[in-house]
Write a protein that binds this ligand. Structure first.
Ligand SMILES: O=P(O)(O)OC[C@H](O)CO
Length: 454
């Protein structure tokens, strides 16, 4: 299995006069590959939530379906870390595409074969498997980013790549809904309709996987090019030391990731950032309809705006961290999380009957929260040598999903049900403050300086 993923071997160096043009072409090409590839991962990550209303009509309760849905976040959080330790020693091109195809197969099984959606246990297992293979998307993308883009340009490039997940997440719903109408129009005799939620996004993901495979290349050296640091004369440390030896899992974990206090600081910060990301997003439709009198379509629009507002916000955050704070990600995280705090307070205290203010607050949270989400991934890439980059990001993802996203569903749900929405908002407010403090701890840290100290 590991042989199948083996990193692409280095090729003989191209003649000097070919290197510039080849680098330029391939950098654009591999970037497009991981961008569309990761966007496609999001087409088939949470599409199950759109099948839930139909499955409720089939007799499943909301509680049961919510339990099945939680399998995705649990498996994804564990897998993003575990699979990253393999990905850091694997060919990114093969790894990313394999995960995407496996995820598409799981979705196609759930769409075409009724057995795979017949009980909660079976759906839980399928969604757990889907969450697991979904963990094969971020780490190889991180590997591509650190091998093809050098330290001083990585903020902007990572920010642009990072909006892939908003693009994919934003396109998932229209595709899934299109899938339902295709299923009922053309296969109404055999399909109920919800099957299309799985089938159409999965078919699109397969097409994207093929294109991504054609575009992505593992490392510059595997294409006869020099390492990016040498090519751009942009090294992570003054000693111009670069890390080109593939590491063992033990080295990655114990030499560079688990003993790095900065990685731990951002991993813990990620609990609170993800608690806010999913605590606001997942509960927005319920909160808006119960407390602010929104109907389903008004809530849907607010949800959509939250996702898309993340795109300009992420780009601005990456730009600010590169240009204003000169590669320090901590200050940008503090500024953006303080903004989120203010917007959460407005969203909380705005009385019912002012939907415009609720929408603006929600757009502001969407605009501001995805910057910190991106910065944590970026810091993880920065804080370790490039051969350990995916694992560091994977560790932050583990904390973000297991500590943040899962509790945003379970703890928020419990607190709101047994106490009140006010209690839920207190949790969100405290999370913002803790995220600000943890970003502030990394205020003066530039990634390459941390790498140098190791
Ligand atoms: O939540 P994830 O793992 O899909 O990551 C989202 C962003 O890319 C984090 O930088």
């Amino acid at each position: 299995m590991l042989k199948f993923f083996k990193p692409a071997p280095a090729k003989e160096r191209l003649p000097e006069d070919k290197i510039d043009a080849e680098y330029k072409k391939l950098r654009f090409q591999v970037f497009m590959g991981i961008f569309i590839g990761y966007a496609a991962y999001y087409l088939i990550r949470k599409n199950f939530s759109l099948a839930m209303p139909y499955l409720t009509e089939e007799g499943f309760s909301k509680g049961e379906l919510g339990l099945a849905l939680s399998a995705i976040s649990i498996a994804y959080g564990i897998s993003k870390f575990v699979m990253a330790t393999i990905s850091d020693r694997s060919n990114a091109r093969v790894f990313l595409v394999t995960g995407l195809i496996l995820s598409a197969i799981i979705n196609l099984l759930m769409g075409f074969i009724p057995f795979f959606t017949s009980t909660i246990t079976i759906m839980f297992i399928m969604l757990f498997l889907n969450g697991w293979v979904q963990g094969m998307g971020w780490p190889p993308s991180g590997r591509v980013l650190v091998h093809w883009f050098s330290v001083s340009e990585r903020g902007g490039k990572t920010a642009i790549w990072n909006v892939a997940h908003n693009v994919g997440g934003g396109l998932m719903a229209p595709l899934a809904i299109g899938g339902v109408s295709l299923a009922t129009t053309y296969f109404g005799a055999t399909f109920i309709g919800y099957e299309g939620v799985f089938i159409l996004p999965a078919l699109v993901a397969v097409v994207v996987a093929i294109i991504a495979f054609a575009l992505i290349r593992d490392t510059p050296q595997s294409e006869g090019l020099p390492p990016i640091e040498e090519h751009r004369d942009d090294y992570p440390s003054k000693s111009k030391k670069i890390f080109e030896t593939e590491l063992t899992t033990k080295e990655i974990l114990f030499k560079y990731v688990l003993n790095n206090k900065w990685v731990w600081a951002i991993a813990i910060a990620n609990i609170f950032v993800y608690f806010v990301r999913y605590g606001v997003l997942d509960w927005a439709p319920t909160y808006l309809s119960e407390e602010k009198g929104f109907n389903m379509s008004e809530s849907g629009i607010a949800y959509f705006l939250y996702e898309w507002a993340g795109i300009p916000g992420t780009l601005l955050c990456g730009y600010i961290s590169d240009k204003v704070f000169k590669g320090r990600r901590g200050p940008a995280g503090v500024v953006f999380m303080l903004g989120v705090l203010v917007a959460v307070l407005v969203y909380w205290f705005n009385p019912a009957g002012n939907p415009l203010v609720d929408n603006i607050a929600l757009i502001a949270i969407g605009f501001l929260i995805y910057g910190p989400v991106m910065l944590i991934g970026l810091q993880a890439l920065d804080f370790v040598p490039k051969k350990a980059a995916g694992t560091a990001a994977g560790l932050t993802g583990f904390f973000g999903y297991i500590g943040g996203a899962v509790s945003a569903n379970a703890i928020m749900g419990f607190v709101v049900q047994h106490f009140s929405w006010d209690a839920g908002f207190m949790l969100l407010t405290v999370s913002c403050v803790l995220a600000v403090i943890l970003f502030a701890i990394t205020w003066n840290v530039r990634g390459h300086e941390v790498v140098k100290n190791h």
